[in-house]
Design a binder for this molecule. Sequence first.
Ligand code: SF4
Ligand code: SF4
Ligand code: SF4
Length: 192
Amino acid sequence: MAQLGFYINQSLCTGCKACSVSCKDKNNLDVGINFRRVYSYENGTFIQQQSKGLVQNVQAYYYSIACNHCTNPKCIPSCPTGAITKKKESGVVTIDQKVCQGAQLCVKACPYGAPQYNPKEFKSDKCDFCMNLQEKGEEPVCVSTCPMRAIEFGPVEKLRKKYGSISQIKGMPKASITHPNIVITPHKDAKL
Ligand code: SF4
Ligand code: SF4
Ligand code: SF4
């Protein structure tokens, strides 16, 4: 199996957060802990004009993101207990809950905010690409739940061939930091 990645078609995303909620449900996450998050970007304003009344130039769009199972994952060297590993066969990055001591250094090291600290368990955890479902031939639940089919997954090279190589839009961390395995079709109003 090759390096896995996510594809996000930002122009299809309505910001409904079904992906985030289904991930939360599958992973039994407490309030405030989200392995997948949906951010909104908003620009513009309403302007009162004498001749035309109220006009607006508002732009709003959304971005759904989890762990990017990066090629150069900053979370791995940050962990003092060696709890985080990257699988050779799939490139999936996981946190071993038996080894994690809750130091939260991965939380600080990841530019994408992927590892989430659980203060009840004193441990950090994050997206594991739903590997238990993938091993049964099923899709990750964030992918199968999206009503707009805005998220896809698979070998990242295939995704890049199909959709291009954009992995960063304005407002996101520089892709050169961790080389995230994510492919984005930006919203028409998003800046690169
Ligand atoms: S997104 Fe963050 S947690 Fe996930 S592999 Fe990259 S650096 Fe690590
Ligand atoms: S792959 Fe699974 S764990 Fe990762 S964001 Fe999607 S639903 Fe959550
Ligand atoms: S479920 Fe799909 S449409 Fe809804 S927020 Fe997530 S990616 Fe966007």
